[in-house]
Write a protein that binds this ligand. Structure first.
Ligand code: FEO
Length: 407
């Protein structure tokens, strides 16, 4: 096959793969993605940074071949073990026997659990280690848990390019290789979804790493992540957004998440939203479905929560349990823990039932586990909400709106 490389700077090329078809990646809906890899050509050595998901190796090799014979790559930098960045590594290790593979000690262990690595020439790296390619110096910076324990960043000192792997990535398949080709708003929107779904529980580590980079005085002209567009025009906007997301800085906004059997919980959601809006507070009402309908998947809803000061969750009670779609969402929310960031979030539960109820207790417990401050015991109605119960929802919405404005 034929495929072209994209030059980031003299001697630095994007040689990754575009996956136009992927729509689900470990529970995250996405409009395709890219597996970014980079070729850095020095006067003495050539380095390949990162790799692709299994099955995309030919695309990567075709792009490399535009620049050099892949067999002439002198060393490989493996910033992260996860298979979307290492799927082609076994093939490269076979193509270039003994090629040095620079990665963290945790990555050596991780690769050993993914592949048969006998004979692979690992060079374990620590923060501050570097390799000189001839006029181009790669400096390594361990970044554990961004996204796995093995993760690291690689910094090209002369060009001031940070190869950040998952951090600062976005899941999008596009002809655009750079942020300004996609547009600032769209690039940041995809970065927010990526952050909300992958990095929220790691926010403290993100902040610490950003502070460490600041302390080291590393100047960053370009951020080249392993997914999505390369940041060259909106680096400052992106770094500012990462600080805000990591601290949980939110808008005067409420996200209402619910599912409904016969529209009773839906009616309550609408009345709550009206009360919130009556206070001039923004609201996003999100019905949960199986994700086949645009915008109803949990991974599309958590970015709304990331930028909201309050979260309401509604569910019918089905067979004395929370509704299955809501249970799915709450499991995801508990793992992400968006309420445990520096800026708190508040919320409560609501719903309808035809028996003894109980879903709101499950929701309340889950909200607390997710770090969200529960401000009341929730509101559950029998069968359909009547006029006075809808009025109560409206007033609960108003009260919440006032509290949001006071936060
Ligand atoms: Fe894109 Fe942690 O893999």
């Amino acid at each position: 096959m034929k495929a072209t490389a994209t030059e980031l700077a003299p001697g630095v090329y994007w040689v990754g793969a575009i996956d136009w078809n992927i729509r689900d990646y470990h529970g995250y809906t996405l409009p395709g993605t890219t597996y970014n890899a980079y070729l850095v050509v020095g006067t003495e050595k050539v380095a390949l940074i990162d790799n692709t998901y299994p099955g995309f190796e030919k695309q990567l090799l075709a792009r490399v071949r535009e620049i050099i014979d892949p067999a002439k790559i002198d060393l490989i930098v493996a910033n992260h073990v996860e298979i979307d960045h290492s799927g082609g590594l076994p093939g490269m290790a076979k193509l270039i026997p003994g090629v040095p593979i620079y990665c963290t000690a945790a990555a050596v262990t991780g690769f050993g659990r993914h592949y048969s690595t006998e004979g692979w020439n690992f060079i374990e790296t620590k923060s501050g280690d570097s390799v000189n390619l001839g006029g181009k110096t790669l400096v390594f910076l361990e970044a554990p848990m961004l996204h796995w324990p093995d993760s690291m960043f690689t910094y090209l000192a002369e060009e001031k390019i940070l190869f950040s792997n998952d951090a600062f990535g976005q899941h999008i398949a596009s002809a655009a290789r750079f942020d300004d080709q996609l547009g600032k708003d769209e690039a940041l929107l995809h970065a927010r979804k990526f952050y909300a779904n992958l990095l929220t529980p790691l926010a403290r580590k993100v902040l610490k790493k950003l502070e460490e980079v600041g302390t080291l005085g590393i100047e960053i002209r370009m951020i080249a992540p392993s997914h999505g567009v390369i940041w060259r025009s909106y680096v400052a906007d992106l770094l500012g957004a990462y600080v805000n997301w990591s601290k949980g800085v939110s808008k005067d906004k409420v996200t209402i998440v619910f599912d409904t059997m016969h529209h009773s919980t839906d009616m309550m959601a609408q009345a709550l939203a009206e009360g919130i809006m009556a206070e001039g507070v923004d609201v996003k009402v999100c019905i949960l479905k199986d994700g086949k309908v645009e915008g109803t998947h949990r991974s599309n809803i958590v970015p709304e929560i990331l930028e909201s000061k309050a979260v309401l969750v509604g569910s019918p009670t089905l067979q004395d349990e929370v509704y299955p779609t809501v249970a799915d969402f709450l499991s995801y929310l508990r793992g992400l823990r968006p309420g445990k960031l520096e800026h708190k979030k508040i919320g409560f539960a609501f719903g309808s039932h035809g028996g003894k109820g109980g879903a709101i207790h499950y929701i309340t417990d889950s909200l607390r586990t997710a770090g969200i401050e529960v401000i009341n015991e929730g509101f559950e109605v029998h069968y359909r909400p009547d006029g006075s119960e809808l009025d109560r929802c409206f007033e609960m919405g108003r009260d919440l709106g006032r509290r949001v404005k006071a936060l």
